[in-house]
Design a protein around this ligand. Structure first.
Ligand SMILES: Nc1ncnc2c1ncn2[C@@H]1O[C@H](COP(=O)(O)OP(=O)(O)O)[C@@H](O)[C@H]1O
Ligand SMILES: [Mg+2]
Length: 308
């Protein structure tokens, strides 16, 4: 069997190599982020990425998977998520069906123990993301994305910590599953609440900032459709200014990419007051934020872009 990673550039002997591999896959990381990703992989530690929505946290895991060849396994956290949704469940419907069929055919008689053994075998096990990430498979370890952990509750966090401390899980009926090679683990948080110190201690940590002007310009050029270099530059500058206004939801990178694409779709080669007003809904999704930018003066915003 050929190794799936053989055709991919290796995920890095150095921060610079990590940055290059990410860039080759469409992600522009700054030195701080590239270094911490490199360390997380080299030391085999989970990486906790915290930052505002839209700064590129989730994308890191997707791109690492694309770059390293390991399958992306995503555990999306939400309020009320519990261990069974993250780890495994028994498929009761199919178990019941199996039991009924055995009973109907007279096959169940006198072999209750054996039947129970059958019912609690891998055949009726529904593997959820954490178990799939630990299940030893030959080849490249997967990339496990534990997304928006701040949405889950304390209890779930404690459970995660347990799994992440030894990368192994015991299912009473089946035994222990231990990852032959630990997955690359990326945990993200939008910081709607603080992640506990115990989990942080287990992880390496990085606060992801909005990209600076130069990098955002390059991201827009790379990811938007049809925007000229000058338009990308103006959109990045306008987004940077908007983020200084204390908005309820400052524009993330996804929004600036959308905005540039929208402007290019309308045939704009540069920003003016009228087109900003017309397209503001692609970049600011709250009425109050739109009002704040307007009251601050869109004419001034536009004028400042031309001065740069
Ligand atoms: N550094 C970056 N390089 C390239 N694209 C980026 C970068 N940061 C963000 N993006 C783009 O912005 C979008 C939103 O990023 P995402 O990872 O979903 O944000 P978050 O998880 O922090 O809310 C992604 O789909 C990606 O296209
Ligand atoms: Mg995200």
């Amino acid at each position: 069997m050929t190794d799936a990673s053989a055709s991919q550039p290796a995920l890095g002997g150095s921060p610079a190599e990590v940055a290059a591999v990410l860039e080759a896959n469409g992600y522009l990381a700054d030195d701080g982020l590239a270094t911490i990703i490199h360390l997380a992989i080299a030391l085999g530690r989970p990486l906790l990425l915290e930052g505002e929505a839209g700064v590129g946290k989730t994308e890191v895991a997707k791109v690492l998977s694309a770059a390293g060849g390991g399958e992306l396994i995503r555990l999306q956290c939400y309020e009320g998520i519990d261990a069974s949704q993250a780890l495994y469940e028994w498929d009761y419907t199919r178990q019941l069906l199996h039991l009924r069929t055995a009973e109907a055919s007279g096959d169940a008689a006198g072999r209750a123990d054996e039947l129970e053994h059958e019912l609690y075998s891998e055949r009726f096990l529904v593997k959820r993301p954490l178990l799939r990430a630990l299940d030893p498979v030959a080849g490249v370890p997967p990339v496990l994305l534990i997304d928006e952990v701040d949405r889950a509750d304390d209890e779930f966090e404690a459970f995660l910590l347990e799994v992440l401390s030894d990368y192994s899980v015991t299912i009473p009926e089946l035994g222990t599953y231990t990852a032959s090679k630990p997955p690359i683990v990326i945990i993200t948080s939008n910081r709607t609440r603080d992640v506990h110190d115990a989990l942080k201690r287990r992880c390496l940590y990085h606060w992801v900032e909005h990209p600076d002007f130069e990098r955002e310009t390059r991201i827009i050029e790379l990811k938007s459709t049809g925007a000229s270099a000058e338009l990308a530059r103006q959109v990045a500058a306008a987004a940077t200014s908007m983020r200084e206004l204390g908005l309820y939801k400052p524009p993330g990178v996804a929004e600036t990419i959308d905005w540039a694409t929208a402007l290019a779709t309308l045939g704009a080669v540069e920003i003016d007051e009228q087109i900003v007003t017309a397209t503001i809904g692609t970049v600011l999704k709250y009425r109050e934020d739109q009002a704040r930018v307007a009251s601050h003066g869109i004419d001034q915003l536009v004028a400042s872009l031309k001065r740069d």
